[in-house]
Write a protein of this length. Sequence first.
Length: 356
Amino acid sequence: MRPSEPDLALLRGLVEIPSLSRREGEAVEWLVARMAERGFRASVDDAGNAVGEIGEGPVHVVLLGHIDTVAGEIAVRMEGDELVGRGAVDAKGPLAAFVAAATDPVAGVRVTVVGAVEEESPTSAGARYRATLTAPDWCVIGEPSGWDAVTVAYKGRLTLEVALSREARHGASPGPTVAEEALALWTRVRDAASVRVSAARSFDRLDCRLEGIDAGVGDGLVERARLRIGYRVPPGVDPGDLEDVAARLAEHDGGTSVVVTTQGREEPVRTPRTSPLARAFARAIAAAGGETTFKEKSGTSDMNILFPAWGCPMVAYGPGDSRYDHTPIERLSIADFARSITVLKGVLGRASDRII
């Protein structure tokens, strides 16, 4: 199965434009122009998102995928049935599928496609701005799930920066270095997290990782160390409690100053797999010859921001294997891209059933 040539050109063109998080402007303008050519009422919103609206009617469906990517340039090319390139899976493939599926309007259904900015940054500015607007009837988040699977849950995320500083000491002075103090603090935080949740399933466990360390830096008067600690938070665990524990563990009786700052925080989220939207996906996938799998993911997405704000039926969906996310071999099956467009069209067609 292959997509139409215009849909394939849309996908490849979008992947070919670099759009590192917070530097998405060129890709946004390009996508707005392509949506306008397809008949969308297209513009850039106040957050810098690419927005295209098509169709009229009482039912409103938002298809929101992120247009930004992580760093790492990958030469865009076809390898057999796969398009290789940064963002092909995460998440320009799902976003291009949204535009392709919505191009043919469904009677009574208004569809808004959003290419959201900064999803790969702690700010998530694109989704946070859209969350201030009126909730739609249904919302689909563009993330790789596989063409025959739907994601209904994501862990939350908490990112802390811990800054240590003290008066400079001679290298031969007794006692731990500032780097050793930082590592000792990390060990206390990690050990505290390890006893928080003991669960058989990975999704239900609390993960705590040292994402970065910069230690032993000084100017001759003050020496510093900095830790970046990241949590993946399952349902049932309050990120605020984790902040409090880290702050208490960072308290120090010696001459070292320790400051804990929250860099990013999203609550865990789970949506019903029995919602009208989830059922519409199950029927559309079955009609396309697949059997639906419902997934729970350890990462986060814009669903963590939008579901608490909107509360409408919501799932994440898109072509692609999430094992390729953020890797040097990111690639997307063109056949699965085509199948996902078919499924999304089926879902939008079923949205019209909500019209009374």
